[in-house]
Write a protein that binds this ligand. Structure first.
Ligand SMILES: O=C(CO)[C@@H](O)[C@H](O)COP(=O)(O)O
Length: 227
């Protein structure tokens, strides 16, 4: 499998009073990109931040930013998130009446598009947009909050997405990301099923040995599982 193993934080557990310092520390700890959990309080119960907050942290890191848009109207502010410094926008299949058009718009704005699938959403939801994305996010929790339990029954869906990508000749070009409950005890199952981008919030910020240990340990576990 040629897709690299990428370890990325969810910023949900970060200290929101100093996000610039937090993303700088995450970069120093060795993460590969930063995921911003954008929540609108409608598509998911929680409410987090918009593009201006992301923009305020942009100059504190050289890493790619991606916005996980857990919102009902991703088209409305897509350009704002790109202008804030996000190079990838992740939209939820469940929130997009016209998913193909939404992804096409993101690409026309100069960013890459990705689709997130909630636990109950079948992999088939992405069948006709594989040419418009560079990543599929298989949620391993129901979105809205960090610190939830990993849902292992998502592993067959991860494997199904991998098969779909192989059948479409896109397996080398499209990442499979997982998000939710990813930690030392769960990362191997997701990675061995096909995930190569692993989002962790609690497991990174709550490691008693610090961020760098957490990143190194998770990466080693994921790479061993993908070998
Ligand atoms: O995005 C969500 C839920 O919407 C979370 O899954 C966080 O992104 C990561 O949470 P942890 O389980 O890693 O703390």
């Amino acid at each position: 499998m040629t897709r690299p193993t990428l370890i990325a934080p969810s910023v949900l557990p970060a200290d929101f009073s100093k996000l610039g310092e937090e993303v700088a520390a995450l970069e120093a700890a060795g993460v590969d990109l930063i995921q911003w959990d954008v929540m609108d309080g409608q598509f998911v119960p929680n409410l987090t931040f918009g593009p201006d907050v992301i923009a305020s942290a942009r100059s504190h890191s050289t890493l790619p930013f991606e916005a996980h848009l857990m919102v009902y109207t991703p088209d409305v502010m897509a350009k704002n998130y790109i202008d804030a410094g996000c190079s990838r926008l992740i939209v939820h299949a469940e929130a997009c009446t016209h998913l193909h058009r939404t992804l096409g718009n993101i690409n026309e704005l100069g960013a890459t598009g990705a689709v997130a699938l909630n636990p109950a959403t079948p992999a088939s939801a992405i069948e006709h947009v594989l040419d418009l994305i560079d990543m599929v996010l298989v949620m391993t929790v129901n979105p809205g909050f960090g610190g939830q339990a990993y849902i292992p029954t998502m592993e067959p869906k991860i494997a199904e997405v991998q098969r779909m990508l192989e059948a479409a000749g896109r397996a080398d070009d499209v990442h499979i990301e997982v998000d939710g409950g990813i930690g030392p005890d769960t990362i191997a199952g997701a990675a061995s099923a096909g995930a190569n981008v692993l989002i962790a919030g609690s497991a990174l910020f709550r490691d008693p040995e610090g961020l760098e240990h957490a990143v190194t340990d998770l990466r080693a576990r994921a790479e061993a599982a993908r070998a």
